[in-house]
Design a protein around this ligand. Structure first.
Ligand SMILES: Nc1ncnc2c1ncn2[C@@H]1O[C@H](COP(=O)(O)OP(=O)(O)OP(=O)(O)O)[C@@H](O)[C@H]1O
Length: 508
C-alpha cells in the first residue's frame, strides 16, 4: 500500500480551491502528484481531478446523507481509500444495499471532517469539473517534466487522465508517446456546441454545411480489428456484451480495421424512435433479458484499414464512411448552402420524431474530446415555470450555498405541487448567492442536507423532454433540467401544471 495520506489530498484540493492564480494551483497539484507512490498515481490523480477511479460505485445521494461522526485524527492513506471504494463498487447480489452502507459507514468513520468533505464531493460528482482536469493536465506535465502538449494529446486520445498520469510520472515522454489512437482503445469523442436555431448554427460552421439528423440514442464508438469488435459509450465504458446486434452489424462489413462513431437507438414498428429511456435501459442490460434491438447509425469514421483519419477534414472522413458502409447504417445527412435548406432539414428531422439536428463544418478535423464550433446541435427547446419545493446544501465549491433545487409543477386537482426532478445546472454564482438568501427566508425545515421551503418561488427551467420515472410521485420527470432565471413576476399559483408537463411528454 502507498504512503500518501488522504488528508494531504484533501488539503491540496482545499488549497487549490482557495488559491486564485492558475500557476499557483498547478504548483500545488504538481507537488501532490510528485509525492504519490507509483501504485497510488491512478487513484491519487483521480481524486485531485475531483473524480473517483471507479466509474460506478452504487452510492447515491441518500447514502451520503447519514454519516457517522468523523474521526479525530487522519489515518487514511490514498491506497486504503482506493481499496475501500473498490470494495464498495464491487458489492453485488442480495443484501448489497446493506453491505454497501456498512462499508461506506466504515470508510466515513475512519475519515476526519475534511476527509469526509472530500469523499462526499468525490462520490456525489460535484467536485468534477473540466477546469480541474485541465489544471491537472498541466500539473502532470510539471511534475513529470514533460511538455504539456504531449500530456494533452495523450489525454485526448485515450480519454483517461489516470492512465496519462501513470504514463507521464512513471515513463516520461516516451511512455506518453506510446499513447495514440489504438484500434480497440476508446478515445474521447468529439462533442457539439449548442445553438438556439439553425441560423445561429450556420454562423458558427459557415456554409456549405452538413446537416445531420440528431438521433436521441446513446453514443457508440465501435472498434473492429479482424473479427474482434468492441463497443464503447460516450464515457468510454465497454458495453460490447450488451450490444450483440451492433457487434454483428459491424462484423458483417467488408472491412478489416475500423473505428466508427455513431449513435444506437431503439425503433418502433414504424421505424420511428422509441423514447430515449427505452434505449438507455436496453443499453444498460444484456441483450437476452431485454429483447428490444438497438439499431446503429454511424456519422463518422476515425480509422480505416491502417489509416488514421482524425486529422482529415470531415468531407474526406464522411466520403470514406459512405464508401465503406451501406446507406442504412449511416445517419440521415444532407449538405446545405442556405438557412432555408437547413431549416427544412431541421423540420424534417423533428417531424420524423428525431431530437433535432447537428450542423457540421465539412472542413474541420475530428477534434478528439473537444466541444468546438465545427459541430453545432440544434434542438427544439422546452421551458416551464416551476415552483421550488426544497433545496439541498451544496458541496465542494458550493459548500455553504443552497444549490440543488427540487422542482415541482402545480397540481390543479389538489392545489399542491408534484415534484418532477432536481437541478443544480445553469446556476451562476450570482444566482447561487441570490437563491441562498431567498430560500433561507422561505425555509420551513432544515435537516442539514435538504432545506424544505414554502412553495412560493417560481423558477423558469429549460429541459430537453419529459420521461416516465418511478422515482417521482407524478410518475414523470424532466430530462436535463437547467435553470434559466427566477421569475419574480409570477406567483406559484401561476406556475405551470403537471398536465402541461404531461402534454409535453406526449400524454405520459
Ligand atoms: N448525427 C450526429 N452527430 C453527432 N452527434 C450526434 C448525432 N446524432 C446524435 N448525436 C448525439 O448528440 C451528441 C452531441 O451533443 P454533445 O456533444 O453536446 O453531447 P451530449 O452532451 O451528450 O449532448 P446531448 O445530451 O444533447 O446528446 C453526441 O454525443 C451524440 O451522442
Amino acid at each position: 500500500m502507498g504512503f500518501v495520506r488522504f488528508i494531504d489530498i484533501a488539503a491540496t484540493s482545499a488549497a487549490v480551491a482557495r488559491t486564485g492564480g492558475r500557476k499557483a494551483k498547478i504548483e500545488l497539484l504538481a507537488g501532490a502528484l510528485r509525492r504519490l507512490a507509483d501504485d497510488e498515481i491512478a487513484a491519487g490523480s483521480a481524486y485531485l481531478a475531483g473524480e473517483l477511479r471507479q466509474r460506478q460505485t452504487g452510492v447515491g445521494h441518500a447514502g451520503l446523507r447519514e454519516r457517522p461522526a468523523p474521526a479525530a485524527e487522519p489515518t487514511l492513506t490514498v491506497g486504503a481509500v482506493d481499496a475501500a471504494i473498490a470494495e464498495i463498487a464491487a458489492v453485488a447480489g442480495t443484501g448489497s444495499q446493506a453491505r454497501r452502507r456498512q462499508l461506506l459507514g466504515a470508510l466515513f468513520a475512519a475519515a476526519t471532517t475534511d476527509e469526509q468533505r472530500l469523499l462526499v464531493g468525490l462520490f456525489s460528482g460535484e467536485l468534477r469539473q473540466g477546469a480541474q482536469a485541465g489544471l491537472l493536465a498541466e500539473a502532470i506535465a510539471v511534475a513529470a517534466q514533460v511538455p504539456v502538449a504531449a500530456v494533452r494529446r495523450s489525454l485526448l486520445l485515450c480519454g483517461d487522465l489516470k492512465q496519462v498520469a501513470v504514463a507521464a510520472l512513471t515513463g516520461g515522454a516516451p511512455a506518453l508517446a506510446g499513447i495514440g489512437l489504438r484500434v480497440g482503445t476508446p478515445l474521447s469523442p468529439m462533442l457539439a456546441q449548442s445553438a438556439p436555431d439553425v441560423g445561429a448554427a450556420l454562423l458558427a460552421t459557415g456554409t456549405p454545411a452538413v446537416v445531420d439528423t440528431k438521433l436521441d440514442g446513446i453514443r457508440i464508438q465501435v472498434h473492429r480489428s479482424g473479427d474482434e469488435v468492441a463497443v464503447f459509450t460516450r464515457s468510454l465504458d465497454d458495453i460490447t456484451e450488451r450490444l450483440p446486434e451492433v457487434v454483428a452489424a459491424v462484423r458483417a462489413l467488408p472491412l478489416r480495421e475500423v473505428v466508427l462513431d455513431g449513435e444506437a437507438m431503439a425503433l418502433d414498428e414504424r421505424g420511428r424512435p422509441r423514447p430515449f429511456q427505452e434505449t438507455s435501459s436496453r443499453a444498460a442490460t444484456r441483450g437476452k433479458s431485454n429483447p428490444l434491438a438497438l439499431v446503429p447509425y454511424f456519422f463518422d469514421l476515425l480509422h480505416l484499414d491502417g489509416a488514421d483519419l482524425l486529422d482529415e477534414p470531415g468531407r474526406v472522413r464522411w466520403a470514406a464512411l459512405a464508401d465503406g458502409l451501406p446507406a442504412g447504417l449511416i445517419v440521415g445527412r444532407e449538405t446545405v448552402g442556405t438557412e432555408e435548406q437547413a431549416a427544412a432539414a431541421f423540420a424534417a428531422a423533428v417531424g420524423a420524431g428525431q431530437e433535432g439536428v447537428v450542423v457540421k463544418a465539412p472542413d474541420a478535423s475530428y477534434d478528439v474530446g473537444r466541444r468546438g464550433s465545427a459541430w453545432v446541435k440544434v434542438k427544439p427547446r422546452h421551458t416551464l415555470d416551476l415552483v421550488v419545493l426544497a433545496v439541498e446544501w451544496g458541496h465542494g465549491r458550493r459548500r455553504g450555498w443552497l444549490s440543488n433545487l427540487h422542482l415541482g409543477a402545480r397540481d390543479p386537482r389538489t392545489g399542491g405541487f408534484v415534484m418532477l426532478g432536481k437541478t443544480f445546472k445553469g446556476l451562476t454564482d450570482e444566482l447561487l448567492r441570490w437563491q441562498t438568501e431567498r430560500f433561507k427566508q422561505l425555509a420551513v425545515d432544515d435537516d442539514g442536507w435538504v432545506v424544505r421551503v414554502r412553495p412560493e418561488q417560481v423558477v423558469e427551467i429549460a429541459f430537453d423532454g419529459v420521461q416516465t420515472s418511478p422515482r417521482y410521485p407524478g410518475g414523470v420527470a424532466l430530462r436535463f433540467a437547467r435553470v434559466l432565471r427566477y421569475r419574480e413576476d409570477k406567483t406559484a399559483a401561476e406556475a405551470d401544471t403537471i398536465d402541461a408537463v404531461r402534454a409535453i411528454g406526449g400524454g405520459l
